[in-house]
Design a protein around this ligand. Structure first.
Ligand code: HEM
Length: 339
């Protein structure tokens, strides 16, 4: 009965969000969302059968490689999911995050704890052997993030292929990717500028049900929050003690989901109710009228979370940028552009 009511209220939210598109928040809070004609979802340009003839079995190669790496080091699964998000959040999903040159996205402050680059380079080498110059690094990263999700216990979804690799990668553009200190309005605006709505924001934040953060990202919440000489009042006192013990050094790692850090489940949302969100941006999802009802609904029902997570990940992976698609290429090595 309770689940039925939750499902109904969730569906009502989904309906309302899609009916009013992104207008809901703007009714309540003025949002500054620039219209970006060159950013859109190019779902129609992507194809589910692209590699069926040109590189048969490529998804199998990617899956086996991801599995091999994650078996050796399970912490790579969340890292690959995050790497994919950071790729798609700048100039669309074009593998621009993988480029190594001076001043590239990878060199930005927000990128410094990104991991998993060696996994993608290794997969690319294996794929090049079988199908030279055919499969883009952006497609490889997209499939690897999906496989990492599955290996972490999350849902599977099908992926259309045909992304191109971009030749432009600028640290100053990566600096716009949220770091965990933003307001909900900032997050909504950022997601909206990529074609993602409030529902996508809350659901994709659920990726923080696994993985870790550097303590550096949260230490400012623990002692002198916003110059008050007190901790962030939205942290549960017991959790605060735990974090103070755990986070003596900025370079230490701390789990994003303190309760079930290795399980892809709805515990992340349940933690928010108990004031146990690690990042300020996590906790704020439960403190804002635009996002709280969605976080609440997701906390109750794991199949709703899995299903909607797949839908929102497909949307994330389909963010493409005109310019990189026009001038894009199939890189031979994922960390350098072709000559
Ligand atoms: C809503 C905006 C988001 C913010 C502000 C945010 C922020 C962060 C921060 C600060 C970290 C820890 C970084 C560190 O200090 O090492 C992190 C980790 C992570 N993020 Fe997010 N993130 C957001 C959205 C997403 C999305 C959309 C995904 C994927 C769909 C994602 C997946 C992850 C994962 C899996 C980790 C753990 C990485 C690891 O263990 O290596 N995040 N995020």
């Amino acid at each position: 009965m309770k689940t039925g009511a939750t499902v109904l209220s969730f569906l009502a939210i989904v309906f309302f969000l899609s009916a009013s598109a992104s207008n809901l928040p703007s009714l309540l809070h003025p949002l500054k969302v620039p219209r970006l004609p060159d950013i859109s979802s190019f779902e129609d340009d992507l194809s589910y059968s692209l590699y069926q003839h040109s590189c048969r079995g490529v998804e199998g190669i990617i899956y086996r490689k991801v599995k091999e790496w994650v078996k050796k080091d399970p912490t790579l699964a969340p890292s690959l999911m995050r790497l994919h998000f950071h790729d798609c959040a700048v100039r669309g999903c074009d593998a621009s995050i993988l480029l190594d040159h001076k001043g590239s996205e990878k060199s930005a402050n927000v990128s410094k704890s990104l991991r998993g680059f060696e996994v993608i380079n290794d997969i690319k080498a294996a794929v090049e052997k079988k199908c030279p110059k055919t499969v883009s690094c952006a497609d490889i990263l997209t499939a690897a993030a999906r496989d990492a999700t599955v290996l972490a216990g999350g849902p599977f979804w099908t992926i259309p292929f045909g992304r191109k690799d971009g030749r432009v990668s600028l640290a100053k553009e990566a600096a716009k990717v949220p770091m965990g200190r933003e307001s909900i309005t900032n997050l909504i605006e950022f997601f909206q500028s990529k074609g993602l709505n409030v529902l996508d924001l809350v659901v994709l934040s659920g990726a923080h049900t696994i993985g870790r953060s550097k303590c550096e990202s949260v230490q400012y919440r623990l002692y002198d929050y916003k110059g008050t000489k007190k901790p962030d009042p939205s942290i549960d006192p017991q959790y605060l003690n735990y974090l103070r013990r755990k986070c003596r050094w900025a370079s230490e790692d701390v789990y994003l989901d303190a309760t079930t850090p290795h399980k892809f489940d709805t515990q992340y949302y349940q933690n928010l109710k108990k004031k146990m969100g690690l990042l300020s941006t996590d906790q704020l999802l439960y403190g804002d009228s635009r996002t709280k009802p969605i976080a609440d609904a997701l906390s109750f029902d794991s199949s709703l979370f899995s299903n909607q997570f797949s839908v929102s990940m497909v949307k994330l992976a389909n963010i493409l940028d005109f310019t990189s698609q026009d001038h894009g290429e199939i890189r031979v090595k994922c960390n350098v552009v072709n000559y």
